[in-house]
Write a protein that binds this ligand. Structure first.
Ligand code: ZN
Length: 641
């Protein structure tokens, strides 16, 4: 009986001479989405990440800090794992190339390749960039410098062992053209085919000038070339050379996700090594684009957020995950700018998504005491919402399916946001607040139920992308302890919320970010006077500066061409005109004679051409607003304090 093959996804392993930056994070986030989505599909998944420790630069960095390289690598591994944890990266295993199991796998693979007659000694002389750990030919250099680093390569001459890569030129070409090895995006595949058409040279796989690395089994005073060693991590982590049963369950890899600069290693050298050893080649290599920090490198407007990685700390992992996945196209290069980040965060996350959850929960709490009602017969607009939601999963799946020729995280998220905006519009159109006022209870049940179902499906499909936000959504909907698990099946059925499910009090998942420059006058003045920085506290004297008064609404009318603006004439001991955004919750008729509390000395502003002199106090979301009022009989103009 054949067992189910595990879906095996990997990322590049990282050099540990630097901590992860936004580009490294991007790769891991993308791989994490694939892994999580496959799990949602119900497939067994194995997601591998790790560190590449046998680089001469790693040893140098350790020496510069006065540390034994192993100690340094241990410390870095802890820090890397901590960062991946913070980002919500759900890897199943973490391989380090200094581990014993890795050494075993390397020895076994080398033995097989050697036995196959593909390893031979020769003299190597050539130009070598130590930062890349790569040899360059004259024609690859830019003004005599390394094309990646812009530094002059070193002339190296030594006795090396070589791998007979050139023997595999035609076979690799064939497996790429047959799509036994799928290379995405197309542009990377064409680059690789071009290299193959130009013919391959054998590659040096050992070094005798230093000792940081895995000793060559046939010549222990040589160490293995770091790239030859590193590529083997993809099989050393899953049992090759130490547990053949385990290995056969995972290999070949379904997807290697790597940066576009290292496709040559993954699409030519790696398959050749595997073919020589009689192993299967990976099924797919995806060479993603880079994320560049454009414009200002550090945020000037977000206070304690200095670099993009700080976003995770301050605004949570999903803020960064969303931005990178939505704003960059996976196969192409992307740019990080603070302006775009703020726009995406406030517009898509805080506004579209956060508000939707908030308004649905608020209405269910207000109109149905927090219990999600059952629908009572669907009308056309309900059916339309249902249809859009039920096709969401398959649409998103299509964008993530490499067999479609690409993987498009940004389009998948755009599709999910289409569902979010559709649900927001659905609520605007069905206007539950009006249904409630008009006593249309059955219709109100249906609308609230449909909105909740829509949120549940959105949360399910969103979970591989923004796992923490999805968890928050499920918790607030009261579904986290229910058998409504995050599965593909659950995303494909409507009316899946168990009767009697009770929602929680809404907590904003993405509180709006107010950039420093937009913030209303902060405590700058008081700081200058030497006060401690206590932004949230006010003195009684400061409070006294607010002229709060009891008022009575005399007249109310809608401001033309607006959704929620009302022009009010209010008696506060004198007559004032106030423009208030309370028109979603109240009709002008309902407000006449209403007692209110007014801030009378608010700086007047002109709104839609009307001078507004004051503000009405209210609480709650747009359509479920509550006016602040006074319990007893108070004359207009009385001071409130
Ligand atoms: Zn270089």
């Amino acid at each position: 009986m054949a067992g189910t093959k595990t879906y095996y996804v990997t990322t590049a392993i990282d050099y540990v001479n630097n901590l992860p930056h936004i580009g490294t994070a991007y790769e891991k986030i993308c791989a994490d989405v694939i892994a999580r989505f496959k799990r949602l599909e119900g497939e067994p998944v194995f997601f591998l990440m790790g560190n590449d420790e046998h680089s001469i630069n790693v040893k140098r960095e350790a020496q510069a800090r006065g540390l034994d390289p192993h100690v340094y690598c241990d410390q870095m591994a802890d820090q890397f794992r901590q960062i991946w944890k913070q980002l919500g990266i759900s890897y199943d295993a973490f391989i380090r190339t200094t581990e014993e199991r890795h050494a075993k796998a390397v020895a076994e693979l080398f033995r097989r390749i050697h036995e196959n007659g593909d390893i031979y000694p020769s003299k190597y002389a050539g130009l070598y960039c130590e930062s890349c750990e790569t040899f360059y030919r004259d024609k690859d250099l830019v003004d005599g410098n390394c094309p990646q680093h812009g530094t002059p390569p070193k002339w190296i001459e030594e006795d090396n062992y070589f791998f007979a890569l050139s023997r595999y030129t035609e076979e690799i070409e064939r497996i790429i053209e047959d799509k036994r090895l799928l290379i995405l995006p197309e542009i990377r595949k064409n680059e690789i085919l071009n290299i193959l058409h130009g013919g391959l040279e054998d590659v040096s796989i050992s070094r005798s000038s230093f000792d940081w690395g895995i000793p060559l089994p046939i010549q222990p005073d040589h160490v293995m070339y770091v790239w030859f060693d590193a590529l083997i991590n993809y099989i050393s982590a899953i049992g090759f050379g130490w547990d053949e049963g385990l290995f056969s369950q995972f290999w070949p890899a379904d997807m290697h996700i790597i940066g576009k600069d290292i496709t040559r290693f993954h699409c030519i050298i790696w398959p050749a090594m595997l073919l020589s050893a009689g192993l299967e080649v990976p099924r797919m290599v995806f060479g993603h684009g880079f994320v560049f920090l454009k414009g200002e490198k550090m945020s000037k407007t977000l206070g304690n957020v200095v670099t993009p990685m700080d976003i995770v700390e301050v605004y949570g992992p999903d803020a960064l995950r969303y931005y990178l996945l939505r704003d960059c196209s996976f196969g192409k290069d992307g740019n990080f700018t603070w302006e775009n980040f703020l726009e995406r965060y406030n517009g898509d996350l805080a506004n579209d998504f956060g508000n939707l959850l908030q308004r649905v929960l608020t209405m269910i709490r207000r109109y149905r005491s927090g219990t999600i009602p059952s629908p009572r017969g669907l009308e056309a607009e309900d059916e339309e919402l249902k249809k859009g939601c039920l096709s969401l999963y398959e649409d998103v799946r299509g964008f993530l399916d490499p067999m479609g020729g690409d993987i498009d995280f940004h389009l998948a998220l755009a599709r999910i946001w289409e569902a979010i905006r559709h649900t927001n519009q659905y609520i605007d159109h069905t206007a539950p607040w009006t249904l409630q006022k008009e006593g249309k209870e059955e219709r109100l049940d249906t609308v609230l139920a449909c909105a909740a179902e829509s949120l549940r499906i959105i949360g399910t499909v969103l979970s591989p992308f923004l796992p923490e936000a999805a968890r928050g959504l499920f918790e607030q909907l009261g579904l986290h302890e229910r058998p409504t698990r995050l599965t593909r099946e659950a995303a494909l059925i409507w009316e899946h919320i168990p009767p009697g499910t009770t929602v929680k009090k809404p907590i904003p998942l993405f509180p709006r970010i107010v950039a420093e420059e937009e913030r209303p006058e902060t405590s700058e003045k008081s700081q200058k006077k030497g006060h401690a920085k206590q932004d949230d506290e006010v003195t009684i004297h400061e409070f006294d500066r607010f002229d709060l008064r009891a008022g009575r609404i005399l007249e109310a009318e809608r401001v033309p061409n607006t959704e929620k603006l009302l022009k009010l004439t209010v008696d506060i001991g004198e007559t004032r005109t106030i423009v208030a955004s309370i028109g979603k919750a109240f009709s002008p008729e309902a407000l006449r004679d209403q007692a209110v509390v007014v801030i009378a000395n608010l700086k007047p502003v002109r709104i839609r051409g009307i001078l507004s002199e004051g503000m009405i106090l209210a609480a709650g979301a747009d359509e479920a607003l509550s006016l602040v009022t006074l319990s007893g009989k108070v004359d207009p103009g009385e001071k409130v304090r």
